[in-house]
Design a protein around this ligand. Structure first.
Ligand code: FAD
Length: 355
């Protein structure tokens, strides 16, 4: 690593970190990106094999260099996104160190100190945390979970339906992950889909473009345009439509508790199952920020304009609407990074004047 002191350190080299790097360079700041992965691609490296974007490439681009159109029929595949992110960071030759995991961020006089897993340390005048959510899968609290002797797998670690062939599988979670995983697992296994309430299915012609516009409108306070959809509503991608046609896209309300061999429902009946697939979402992966005393119980941090209220040298990018409109999407990552970089530059200039 070039030296150990930087103006800015970006933690996380997924799409959010890359978009921030693009605009930090434009702002003329000295920075380095530290990423825990072995190779480029962030969380996309871990998503399931068949995953495709909700939107066309032109609607899923980072700043500067648009994503090339998909070479397959339909929206870009997961592998195409990883390839795009890989070529994107090479194109701009960002200073990225990988694999490099930040274990802790601490206060150190005028600077923040980052403690790395390999025992090295470095300091920065400002830190941008862009560590995403993949590292913090969320499991809801169901009674007697530890009793169940079958397979538990979170969507964070699900790759394809093969291990579930011929089994009876409970899929928990009413968002897009649940619907898409149900669609392909139900081709090889018997499935039961458990959702808190009836899932919201979007009209067949609504895709990620509409969702992004509505999420942005909601953040702007434009409730006419925001309509009632959210980024969590289910997009009717082809496999999900096909599952609907097969009649498997039906859900039941939650069970009461686990048993050793399955689940017990609220009416007292029990069902035997082999596996539970938890499609229950994620929390912000912010454990490395715990020493700063800024992390709330749900992993979030109180921010104003992407800046931590309790630690003004800390900035957040990419976690969701609370860190910028649709900032957890490819297209939103760029838009929010464009606002973030000048804010950091101005804060560093102010700090220099004050010292
Ligand atoms: P990540 O991609 O998770 O990158 C964070 C990086 O930080 C990782 O490389 C990680 O290793 C690293 N890191 C974490 N902790 C540390 C640490 N302590 N030290 C150093 N490095 C660390 N978005 C769209 O735009 N269109 C879609 O169609 C779409 N579909 C989606 C479908 C699914 C099923 C899911 C789950 C998400 C989808 N998204 C979509 C959302 C979004 O694009 C991703 O969640 C995205 O990966 C988030 O990017 P990120 O850079 O914030 O985080």
């Amino acid at each position: 690593m070039r030296g150990v002191d930087h103006d800015v350190v970006v933690i996380g080299g997924g799409q959010a970190g890359l978009a921030v790097a693009y605009y930090l360079r434009r702002a003329g700041l000295d920075f380095v990106v530290l990423d825990a992965e072995e190779r480029p691609g962030g969380a996309w490296r871990h998503t399931w094999d068949s995953l495709r974007l909700f939107s066309p490439a032109g609607y899923s681009s980072l700043p500067g260099w648009p994503m090339p159109p998909s070479q397959t029929k339909g929206f870009p595949t997961r592998d195409e996104v990883i390839d795009y992110l890989t070529r994107y960071e090479r194109r701009y030759e960002f200073p990225i160190e990988r694999p490099c995991e930040v274990e802790a961020v601490e206060r150190d006089g005028q600077r923040l100190r980052l403690r790395l897993k390999d025992q090295r340390g470095l300091t920065a005048r400002a830190v941008v945390s862009a560590t995403g959510t993949w590292g913090a899968p969320y499991f809801p609290d169901y009674a007697d979970r530890e009793l169940f002797g079958g397979i538990h797998l979170h969507s964070a670690h699900y790759r394809n339906p093969q291990p579930f062939a011929g089994k009876r599988v409970l899929i928990v979670g009413g968002g897009n992950s649940g619907a898409q995983i149900l669609a392909e697992v139900s081709e090889v296994a018997e499935t039961i889909w458990v959702t808190l309430k009836e899932p919201v299915f979007l009209p067949d012609d609504v895709d990620g473009r509409v969702l992004f516009e509505r999420a942005s409108a909601r953040v702007r306070g434009d409730f006419d345009q925001a309509a009632t959809t959210t980024l969590g509503d289910i997009v009717m991608v082809p496999p999900v439509k096909e599952a609907r046609d097969r009649g498997v896209l039906t859900s039941v309300r939650p069970f009461e508790r686990f048993t050793a061999t399955g689940v017990a429902w609220r009416d007292g009946t029990e069902t035997q199952i082999d596996a539970v697939l938890w499609c229950t979402g994620f929390r912000p992966a912010t454990e490395h920020l715990l020493p700063l005393g800024v992390v709330e119980a749900d992993g979030r941090i109180e921010v104003v304009d992407q800046r931590a209220v309790k630690e003004p040298r800390l900035w957040l990018a990419g976690y969701g609407n609370w860190t910028g409109a649709a900032s957890a999407t490819l297209i939103g990552a760029g838009r929010t990074a464009r606002e973030l970089a000048p804010r950091i530059r101005d804060s560093l200039a102010d700090a220099s004047l004050a010292s």
